[in-house]
Design a protein around this ligand. Sequence first.
Ligand SMILES: Cc1cc2nc3c(=O)[nH]c(=O)nc-3n(C[C@H](O)[C@H](O)[C@H](O)COP(=O)(O)O)c2cc1C
Length: 181
Amino acid sequence: MSGQIEILAISGSLRTHSSNTALLHAAAQLAPAGIAVSVYDGVGDLPLFNPDLEGQEPVSVLELRRQLRVSHCVIISSPEYAHGVTGAIKNLLDWVVGSGELVDKPVALLNASARATWSHAALTEILTVMNARLIPAASLTIPLINNAVTLEDILSNGDQVATLRLALSALSNAVCVPVTA
Ligand SMILES: Cc1cc2nc3c(=O)[nH]c(=O)nc-3n(C[C@H](O)[C@H](O)[C@H](O)COP(=O)(O)O)c2cc1C
């Protein structure tokens, strides 16, 4: 593949000071030449998924789908709520089950907490049934100390920077590898 690799980074947290969102902004800052990471900022604008709106989706949904279509791959980082996925990330994913923007799309599932095993497993299952191409080598756990971790904290942590760089490299490699390889 030639040209820049475009990655859309999606956080499953709506918190202004979300550690998951900070992790994705760190990935954006660490992206090497040839890789561009855009952090999607419309999760909170999506209405609750309703199949009745098929064919008359609101602009926020159409824009989400457009951003997914023009991205070569996706990074998702989401907190765990009550041993499940957050409503925000599930709602976003529900909006693209039928339209199919994630089909065959390489996806890295980052986990910002070593304790969040339930949501990680659930997201793995959801993305698998949606026929996304999960990239295990890029789906790494980067345990943040707590949910007050900032972008600056992450960028000054050598281990976290190294793991994020590894995830970006594995994800970009996946874009270059044919699906059938
Ligand atoms: C309602 C609620 C439920 C939570 N449930 C869990 C849980 O089941 N397991 C867990 O590891 N953390 C749980 N947490 C902690 C969050 O996952 C944690 O604070 C995370 O860092 C929040 O992500 P954010 O900083 O990106 O918003 C919960 C937090 C909230 C607010």
